[in-house]
Design a protein around this ligand. Structure first.
Ligand code: ADP
Length: 291
């Protein structure tokens, strides 16, 4: 099965005429709460894609914010390994969205910051471990090292963007990044193929928004155009891409086909509002792939 270790948050979203400047108070409209966090979003995408059983290691507080997060993951069919923190609240994100679609986001990682290297469970029967950078970097590196040593395929979505130590990249079989993250890792912003070759990981995928994605797989370049959709909200498009790609690879799908499937699922996610609520089901992706 696929194991995801990473973040889960409850997102508090308020729309307002504009994002407040420092010191300013803005009266917004209704409060909406959505389960989010890159780890949880990707776990849901992986489970909805079908083809591989999905488990997630996550940390939550002992508070009311944990409940909707757990429910969303369980409803999608994700099996949960929860580290419960007494001292820290469940992770939260406070998001103000302006009428122009600009946003300002403050994340309180809370319990997510308490995950440790030793929290990773037994890796028997795990084919792929999917990681992001919303967990402590030393824990991410410890998980990647242990999985690599156990023969598990290590997939890292290096988001949010930051420079990464070679000691972490050395344990990664597949790196998934967007253009900004690729530039943060390689220092190359203007030459995609040069950046893909510079990374030093055998398999790298860069997502290109409405242009689809490009990959360097064992030295060979692959290109997959995006599916044309009416984009409404691109939140969690990248997470949908990651979870769908890993589910397809875990099911034995060839790389080029898995990229096509990931682009189809993430395009559908762009047509719907929200994060986890916008992740499409397997049959919807099938329908788009066969149009
Ligand atoms: P992130 O949101 O992590 O920055 P991208 O913007 O690169 O990631 O989007 C991830 C994937 O979502 C892309 O590879 C593409 O397949 C899909 N996608 C994003 N925006 C669009 C769009 N406007 N139309 C169709 N597909 C899109």
């Amino acid at each position: 099965f696929v194991l995801i270790a990473g973040s889960a948050n409850l997102d508090f979203v308020v729309r307002a005429s504009h994002v407040p400047a420092p010191g300013e108070t803005v009266l917004g409209r209704e409060l909406h709460t959505f389960p989010g966090g890159k780890g949880a979003n990707q776990a849901i995408a992986c489970a909805r894609a079908g083809g591989a059983a999905t488990r997630m290691l996550l940390a939550l507080g002992e508070d009311a914010y944990a409940e909707p997060i757990e429910r969303s993951l369980r409803d999608a069919g994700v099996e949960l390994l929860i580290r419960r923190s007494r001292e820290h609240a469940t992770g939260t994100a406070f998001i103000c969205v302006s009428d122009e679609g600009e946003n300002a986001i403050t994340v309180a990682p809370g319990a997510n910051a308490t995950l440790r290297g030793e929290d990773l469970p037994e890796l028997n029967e795990v084919s792929h471990l999917l990681l992001q950078l919303e967990s402590p970097l030393d824990a991410v590196e410890a998980w990647a090292r242990r999985a690599r040593a156990a023969g598990v395929r290590v997939v890292l979505n290096a988001a949010p963007a930051q420079a990464l130590p070679a000691s972490l990249l050395d344990c990664v079989d597949l790196l998934i990044v967007n253009e900004g993250e690729l530039a943060a890792i390689t220092g190359i912003a203007d030459d995609c193929d040069a950046a893909l070759a510079r990374v030093g990981v055998a398999n790298v995928v860069v997502t290109l928004g409405a242009r689809g994605c490009r990959a360097r797989i064992d030295g060979e370049y692959l290109q997959q155009p995006a599916f044309t959709v009416q984009a409404l909200d691109t939140t969690a498009a990248g997470d949908t891409f990651c979870g769908t790609l890993v589910a397809a690879l875990a099911a034995g799908t060839a790389f080029a086909d898995a990229l096509r499937r990931a682009c189809a699922a993430s395009a559908l996610a762009c047509t719907r509002l929200g994060a986890q609520t916008s992740v499409p089901a397997h049959n919807e992706v099938q329908a788009l792939l066969h149009t």
